[in-house]
Design a protein around this ligand. Structure first.
Ligand SMILES: Nc1ncnc2c1ncn2[C@@H]1O[C@H](COP(=O)(O)OP(=O)(O)OP(=O)(O)O)[C@@H](O)[C@H]1O
Length: 415
């Protein structure tokens, strides 16, 4: 059904993907495992026509060549992308987000049937139909994102690290849902860091290292392969975050630094700054916004603007009940919301992909939040890595506070 042949992507001089070939069939779950920076997101973005780099090779869906097609045309061929960071519209309700997914022409006539299918697969979404999405848990938001992608009536669902930032329990639920999606006859291409659970539901898998597919096998064989276990499952099964254990199944030369890599700040922030940033880093959206990457290309119709859910999460606020949302009005609202917000996440900038219908008047934008200091970012983007980095910073701050002595000229006013 989906066939990728010799796909390569370069960002300037940086070769991020090098001759990758893979297939996904009907009713098949195919997982792509790879360390940070291996090129997984690049692969999905190139397939869906939203990659900023120079793309070469071939991507075919049912024999039709997709390279060179506009992203919305690619959606019409039956691929739906669930981007990393979900890309849900936080200010819209569950039902409105789902309805937006039916914007593809191939889906419009079957909107009611697809909605029923999604609500059968994710009964929780039916119960929360009128809940504003930003008030939902990470797992529930992920279900909205998957449900919305399914509303475009796809044959292949491509998911970019859907389990990122989810608790073990929610991960389990998510992977069970994906297995159910497969039963509905869809092909699933799953980019994951959670090797253990993704291999448990997958049929086949590919290992991507430094932009190259270095191994392909059945999921069962991959899960029991010692090299895979060492690289992606951690020495003690499930101990460390698989992404952080970026061991290689073959000798891999060190990566060339990404051209636009952001320099670490020279001076250290104050302890209170560090604590605030640490809290932000741990409690915020699953992945920090990728500062080094330039403005992202537009995303397809099924991947609107990613938005981080604001914290703290307010109590659920059901949207006013009424008739089913009108698709055009929704698109206008979504476009209006997108255009007054800066894009976030790896797939940011998706607002320009939305149809340019006249937007309904939008309420004034809220005042910008005071910027917190930049957290030093470890290579790995997993929550475990960010947590570790945050804790290290807090420890360093505590050590600095212990040795802190006031300057000699400071007058003691207590006397
Ligand atoms: N728009 C861009 N411009 C320049 N370099 C980029 C761009 N997007 C990605 N890269 C680089 O290409 C390489 C592959 O990135 P990609 O995001 O595909 O990796 P990944 O395997 O998805 O990583 P992660 O698991 O951390 O998300 C990295 O070195 C990254 O820095």
């Amino acid at each position: 059904m989906l066939e990728v042949r010799d796909l390569s992507v370069s960002y300037g001089k940086h070769r991020a993907l090098d001759g990758a070939s893979l297939k996904t069939g009907r009713g098949e779950i195919v997982v792509i495992l790879g360390a940070n920076g291996a090129g997984k997101t690049t692969l999905l973005k190139a397939m869906c026509g939203i990659c900023e780099g120079r793309v070469g090779g071939s991507v075919q869906m049912g024999g039709e060549e997709l390279l060179g097609l506009a992203p919305d045309r690619i959606v019409e061929t039956g691929i739906a992308l669930v981007p990393e960071g979900r890309g849900v519209f936080g200010d819209l309700t569950v039902e409105e987000n789902l309805t937006l997914g039916a914007y593809a022409k191939r889906a419009r006539d079957e909107e009611a049937g697809n909605l029923e299918r999604v609500l059968t697969l994710f009964p929780k979404l039916g119960e929360r139909r009128r809940q504003t999405v930003r008030t939902m848990s990470g797992g529930e938001q992920q279900m909205v994102a998957i449900g919305r992608a399914m509303m475009s009536n796809p044959q292949v669902l491509a998911l970019d690290e859907p389990s990122l930032g989810l608790s073990p329990l929610l991960c389990k639920e998510l992977f069970q849902s994906l297995a159910a999606v497969r039963k509905a006859g869809l092909g699933i291409l799953l980019v994951e860091q959670n090797a253990k659970q993704s291999l448990a539901i997958a049929d086949r898998g590919y290992l991507l290292e430094n932009g190259e597919i270095v191994h392909e096998d059945s999921a069962e064989k991959l899960a029991s392969d010692p090299a895979v276990q060492k690289a992606y499952l951690g020495a003690a099964a499930g101990a460390a975050a698989p992404k952080a254990a970026a061991a290689s199944t073959k000798p891999v030369p060190p990566r060339a630094p990404t051209p636009a890599a952001a320099p670490r700040p020279a001076a250290g922030p104050s302890p209170s700054d560090i604590a605030a940033a640490a809290l932000k880093g741990v409690g915020a959206a699953p992945r920090p916004a990728p500062a080094p990457k330039p403005a992202a290309a537009p995303a397809p119709a099924t991947t609107p603007v990613p938005q981080a859910a604001p914290t703290p999460r307010p109590a659920p606020t059901p949207a006013p009940s009424g008739s089913a949302p009108d698709l055009s009005a929704l698109v206008s609202r979504a476009a209006a919301m997108s255009s007054r917000r800066p894009a976030q996440g790896a797939n940011g900038g998706a607002q320009s992909r939305l149809p340019t219908r006249p937007a309904t008047p939008a309420p004034p934008a809220p005042p910008p939040r005071p910027a917190l200091p930049e957290m030093p970012r470890p290579d790995a983007g997993s929550s475990a890595d960010r947590l570790k980095a945050a804790l290290e910073e807090i420890e360093a701050a505590a050590r600095r506070a212990e040795t802190y002595r006031p300057a000699p000229h400071t007058r003691d006013t207590r006397r």
